[in-house]
Ligand binder design. Sequence first.
Ligand SMILES: *Cc1c(COP(=O)(O)O)cnc(C)c1O
Length: 392
Amino acid sequence: MPLPNKKGYFGAFGGKFMPETLFPCLHELDSFYDKARKDNAFKKEFQFYLKNYAGRPTILYFAKNLSKHLGMKIYLKREDLLHTGAHKINNSLGQALLAHSMGKKRIIAETGAGQHGVSAATVARLFNLKCDVYMGEEDIARQRMNVFRMKILGANVIAVKSGSKTLKDACNEAMRDWVTNVRNTYYLIGSTFGPHPYPMIVRDFQSVIGKEARAQILREKNRLPHFLLACVGGGSNSMGLFAPFFKDRKVKFIGVEAGGMNKNLNSASISYGAVGVLHGAKTYVLQDRFGQVKATHSIAAGLDYPGVGPEHSFYKNSKRSEYVAVKDKEALEGFKMLSELEGIIPALESAHAIYYLKKLAKRARNALVVVCLSGRGDKDLEIVQQCTDDHR
Ligand SMILES: *Cc1c(COP(=O)(O)O)cnc(C)c1O
């Protein structure tokens, strides 16, 4: 996996565009992480929790019916089977261990739909850390169940009333808190975004997905896949799958972004955005003609973010990966297709990647494909029901 340069850049993207008051925090994190990633005891402890708490390794499942239906050989990396129902727990466990080793007693996190908030609240209980989660007021109203889950887990949910009262504003508030309380506080970021070294740290913790998948497909098929496919929000499940295959030049990567309603209302930062700076990193950002961050939308709350991890921007510009956009309606079709053919109900985020298989099948008949099934769909049943009712 490529390391970012000393300034925290992947090619032309990344960096740390932060107020100077945050530099000591970032520097402390950087030096602790540098030690941790070479420390066998740290790695062993991380492996222990991935296995015994989260439920790794996840299986690589040959989706026989879906494969037959589309005329490809499709394997699903089943991150939906993990504790808490999605890949986010991999990263939360890693960062909680890091916080613990840094002697921090309190973690803070930003959350949009509440999925990352729940996973942060979960590891906070496991390691007995105080946990405050920043969440936009809009999102709190939309995602009551996850707010309740976080409260059961003993987390304090702080309502953010600024800006659009959604994820990007929650990020801003979490960073403000971090500057003020850095002595005892660790900021547990939920995806491969933010200032260096976060994108690298989150990618490294999520790369367990790709490392396992690579070994599993080699064992099963004695060859590497033609394609890797994953949905892209901030970019962590996709980067976790892709990065360990970085040097396997014949393996093509496809990142599937949230195409939302149309070209104007979506969360597809690479497909429809332009280079800018968001939350401390230079990357593709959805912006209006004045360069202001644009309002976003996706049926999948976990993809509803106006930026993307800088390493993806680097993959895009160096053509290492291709990026496509799948609309809300199409994701619903993917959701239905996997449920009906395989008896597996995917998260709406993952359903974006599932739907794209249908398009890929037209240009890559019989291809061997590994798709990241980033999460399970239980959390989305209400939304899907509403959408289905609307169509009647
Ligand atoms: C949060 C989430 C995503 C999107 O986040 P990435 O960092 O892009 O992986 C995708 N799928 C599920 C199930 C999620 O909860």
